[in-house]
Write a protein that binds this ligand. Structure first.
Ligand code: AMP
Ligand code: ZN
Length: 438
C-alpha cells in the first residue's frame, strides 16, 4: 500500500491474530467481571442463563453468555447500564430509538481516550495527518458523529473545523475559503454538498482542496462511493459505529476498499443467525453482535446491533490483521417484506444508481391499498433527462421498473420527479416510508 496511507497503531492493528486472541480473552474476562459485579442488569441476565464470568476459559465460551438488546437499555433508562458512578462519567451521548426512549451512552476519561484512539486509527487509514484541515459536517450534540470526529482530529494533530450540520451554502464557502482537505459527513449529505458546489458554479477538483472523505452513519453502496468520489474529487472511506458501542470508530474502510477493519482489541465482533442466535462462521452473512473489551462506564456484552453484514478474516493488502466487516446490507428491522418477498433498500439504491439518467436522491414508499403491498420508488431525473421531455422521462420509468423487478423479484411503481423534486436531508436521510397498517 502506498506511503500516503498510514497505520496509526502498528502494534495493535497488525498484531498476529493468535496474539490478538490472547489480548481479547484477557479483556473479555475483565469486562465480564466488571459487568457482573457492577451492573444489576448483567447479574440478572447471567444468573438466569446460569453463567459466571469465570466460565470464560477461551473465546469459544463467549457464545455461552446471554445477549443484550436495545430493550434492556430502555428498561434501565437512563443510567442503569452504567458500571461506574455518574460522577466519574465525564461525557454523555444518546441516540434516538425508532420508538420509545433514547439509548444513553456514558464515557469516563479512560473511555474518551479509547474513543480518541480508535478515531485516530480511522483518520490515519485514509492518510489524514497534521496539516490537514477537517471539515466536520456531522451533527454536534447528543449524536456521537460530530464530537467523535472532533476528538479524533485532535488526536492526529490535524485542524478541525466544527461546522456541524446545516446551512449548506455556507459550508461550501467555508470549504473553499479555508482550503479544507478532509470532509467528514453522512454519504447523503456529501451528495447534497456536491450539488451545492456545482450550483455555486465550482468544480470540486479545481476549486477545492478536498483529498479524503469519511462517510458513514447510514448505509450506502460502493456505487454511491464512486459517485461521491467523482463529484467531490476525493477518496471516500466508509466508517461504521453505533452510540452504544462507542460512536464512530468501531470500524473503518482501509485503502484496499474491501471492508471495514474492526478495532478488535476494543470491540469483539460476532455474527449470529438473527433467527436462532447461533454464532455463524466468518464469511457467512448474519447479524452483527459486539462486546466492548475496554470500556469502563458503559460496557456491553454480546449486544445485538440488528445490522446485517459479513465478517472476513483473510489477510488484507493494507497489512492490518483486524477482521473486516462488509458493508451493512440492511438491518434485521429494516428489511421490507413486500408481498412475501424480502427487499432491502440497498438493493433498490443499487439499481437506481446504475442509471446515469437519475440523480441519487430517492424515497421508497410502502403502502397497502386493498390488502396488497405496493412499493413505490420516487427518484429524481438529472437535468439532462428532464430537458429531454416527458416521453423520455416516462420511458425511463419503464426501464427502471423492469430493472427493479429483475433485482428484487417484486414489481414496483416508479415515479421520476423533476430535479430537486425530493426533499434534501441535513443528516441521515429518510429513505424508506412504510405506510402500511399491519
Ligand atoms: P447511531 O448509534 O445513532 O449512530 O446509529 C448506529 C446505526 O447507524 C448502526 O447500527 C447502523 O445501522 C447505522 N450505521 C452507522 N454507520 C454505518 C455505516 N457506515 N454503514 C451503514 N450503516 C451505518
Ligand atoms: Zn485493509
Amino acid at each position: 500500500m502506498a506511503k500516503k496511507y498510514l497505520i496509526w497503531n502498528e502494534e495493535m492493528e497488525t498484531m498476529p491474530r493468535e496474539e490478538l486472541g490472547k489480548v481479547q480473552l484477557k479483556r473479555f474476562r475483565e469486562t465480564l467481571e466488571r459487568v457482573y459485579n457492577k451492573v444489576p442488569l448483567y447479574k440478572k441476565l447471567f444468573d438466569e442463563a446460569g453463567v459466571k464470568p469465570s466460565d470464560l476459559k477461551s473465546l469459544e465460551d463467549v457464545a455461552k453468555f446471554p445477549f443484550t438488546v436495545k430493550q434492556d437499555l430502555r428498561d434501565n433508562y437512563p443510567f442503569g447500564p452504567f458500571a461506574e458512578p455518574l460522577e466519574d462519567v465525564t461525557q454523555i451521548h444518546a441516540t434516538s430509538g425508532t420508538t420509545g426512549k433514547m439509548t444513553v451512552s456514558g464515557y469516563t476519561d479512560h473511555d474518551m481516550k479509547v474513543w480518541a484512539e480508535v478515531m485516530a486509527r480511522v483518520y490515519a487509514a485514509g492518510g489524514t495527518k497534521k496539516g490537514d484541515i477537517i471539515h466536520n459536517a456531522y451533527g454536534y450534540g447528543l449524536f456521537t458523529g460530530g464530537l467523535g470526529f472532533h476528538l479524533g482530529a485532535h488526536e492526529v494533530g490535524a485542524t478541525i473545523v466544527p461546522v456541524s450540520a446545516g446551512l449548506t451554502k455556507r459550508q461550501v464557502t467555508i470549504m473553499q475559503d479555508f482550503g479544507c482537505t478532509v470532509l467528514v459527513c453522512t454519504p447523503s449529505y456529501a451528495l447534497v454538498l456536491a450539488e451545492a458546489i456545482e450550483e455555486a458554479g465550482l468544480d470540486a477538483k479545481k476549486d477545492l482542496k478536498l483529498r479524503i472523505g469519511f462517510m458513514g452513519a447510514e448505509p450506502w453502496t460502493d456505487k454511491m462511493r464512486m459517485e461521491i468520489e467523482k463529484r467531490l474529487g476525493l477518496e471516500a472511506f466508509d466508517i461504521f459505529g453505533l452510540a452504544e458501542i462507542i460512536g464512530p470508530g468501531v470500524s473503518v474502510e482501509c485503502p484496499a476498499h474491501n471492508g471495514m477493519h474492526i478495532a478488535e482489541d476494543h470491540f469483539y465482533p460476532e455474527i449470529i443467525d438473527p433467527a436462532t442466535g447461533e454464532p455463524l462462521p466468518y464469511g457467512t452473512p448474519g447479524e452483527l453482535v459486539f462486546s466492548t473489551l475496554t470500556k469502563e462506564a458503559f460496557p456491553l456484552v454480546r449486544y445485538r446491533t440488528r445490522d446485517l453484514c459479513v465478517l472476513h478474516v483473510e489477510k488484507c493488502a493494507c497489512g492490518r490483521t483486524m477482521v473486516r466487516m462488509g458493508k451493512i446490507t440492511g438491518r434485521t428491522d429494516d428489511m421490507l417484506i413486500i408481498r412475501g418477498v424480502n427487499v432491502f433498500p440497498s438493493q433498490i439504491e443499487d439499481v437506481l444508481l446504475s442509471f446515469a439518467e437519475l440523480s441519487p436522491h430517492y424515497i421508497i414508499y410502502v403502502d397497502r391499498p386493498k390488502d396488497m403491498d405496493l412499493l413505490t420508488v420516487e427518484v429524481e431525473a438529472t437535468e439532462k433527462l428532464f430537458d429531454e421531455g416527458w416521453d423520455a422521462v416516462k420511458g425511463m420509468e419503464g426501464k427502471v421498473k423492469k430493472a427493479l423487478a429483475e433485482a428484487l423479484y417484486v414489481s414496483s411503481k416508479v415515479n421520476i420527479k423533476e430535479p430537486f423534486g425530493i426533499q434534501r436531508s441535513q443528516g441521515k436521510a429518510v429513505r424508506v416510508v412504510d405506510r402500511r397498517e399491519l
